[in-house]
Design a binder for this molecule. Sequence first.
Ligand SMILES: Nc1ncnc2c1ncn2[C@@H]1O[C@H](COP(=O)(O)OP(=O)(O)OP(=O)(O)O)[C@@H](O)[C@H]1O
Ligand SMILES: [Mg+2]
Length: 427
Amino acid sequence: MTALCKENSRLIDRLTAALMSDSGFLAEFGRFGHAAASSPAAAAALADFLFAVDKDPHEPDEIFRKLRWGGQLVYISRDAAEVAATATRFADRGYLIVQPPAFLRDSFLGLRLSFLGRKLHYFVARKVTLVLPREFSDRFTYQVELHPPQKPGEPWSVLKQIPAPERVAARLRKRFPDVTEEIIQKRVRKFTEKIFPVFLTREAAMLKIVEKNLPAEYAGRFPKVLDLEKDDAGFVRKLRMTWLRNSLPRDGGPLSQVEFARQAAELLHVLHDVIGVIHLDLRLDNIVITERGVGFVDFGSSVRVGEDLSDSPLLSTIFDELMRTSEIQRMLEKMTLSGTVTSPIFEAGYQKVDKTVDFFYLALQVNNPLSNPDFQGLVVYDPSSDAAKALRKLTDETLKPGNLNNPRYRTAADFVRGVQRIEQAGV
Ligand SMILES: Nc1ncnc2c1ncn2[C@@H]1O[C@H](COP(=O)(O)OP(=O)(O)OP(=O)(O)O)[C@@H](O)[C@H]1O
Ligand SMILES: [Mg+2]
């Protein structure tokens, strides 16, 4: 450890003070900078800010795994060449350099220690991709990245676009190793020229429906469309929307599991019964915990309640396929066959486009909130707690009701009432 490292915390304070001259950094650091220290659960979470000084670990890929999406790394060293080279490596690995290499003079910092009486170099990088470049994840399909403000003072936003053909090809090859290259290329064209654009266009339309019908008190819990880029045929190729940043609630610590369950079920009720949209891909990956509470993203496979898909051969074929093969449908099938799901309510959703598809998966997932790694530090989950047990009972009664002829929990709204009863019981 160098002397510089021993001075870390003081240096960080001073450097942060210098960076504060950038009002955006100030606001963000004020909001997120100290979260890690606030509780043991938060300490286990991905970081919104990391500071690395000199020889502290500063490999881009290693930092990537520790940072939240949108989190920032500040690297500081007296070695100008190392700072410049490190910034270049970060720029190549899924980050945007938001503060290019710069330096502070000791006089500026007011450092008293003589061995530091030299220039202090630094840069700041923000993690903007979801997965490392050239790495694959089954969690995501589209190319989704954080997009910097276009004018000073504007917030960062999310840019969702059709993935590059090479990426789609690589994914297909991995999934279907026995298929010939010719067929792979044919499928790539079908996906990138037809299927993805159709679905991204639908997503933009769904988000606008959500925005139009959303009660004011739920603002900020669904993305809003900011702008679109269309191709010659009128299909959306790029969709820019508001960023629902994963974070602690503005006024407090992490959500309790029961609170998480109530907020998620309530939002689903609003989506289904007030807005009139069925999500159909409500995996925890598509749920966020924001400063305004639980939010839903990824309306890529959503439909309007009552929408007739049979008019479009393309849509009806794809939705049929989706409803046979999606993760949610496979789980519903498995649990029905094993007798874990017996409620007649879910028959309506089996291999079909129906509200109960969302309801089924939500009722299941509130029992394991941390299976989305981003929620670490944002929701408290102890499987042996009374709250976890009470929620599991609620889920069991929903999926496998005591009275098959008259299930108590038929909708998201019923489930909200169930969670409220747990809350009232003071569990
Ligand atoms: N507006 C947003 N605010 C916050 N996070 C978002 C937003 N849009 C997307 N994300 C994050 O990016 C991830 C990927 O985006 P999205 O789910 O829309 O695409 P996808 O997963 O590639 O699509 P699909 O689920 O159809 O494969 C989401 O799981 C979520 O973590
Ligand atoms: Mg998704």
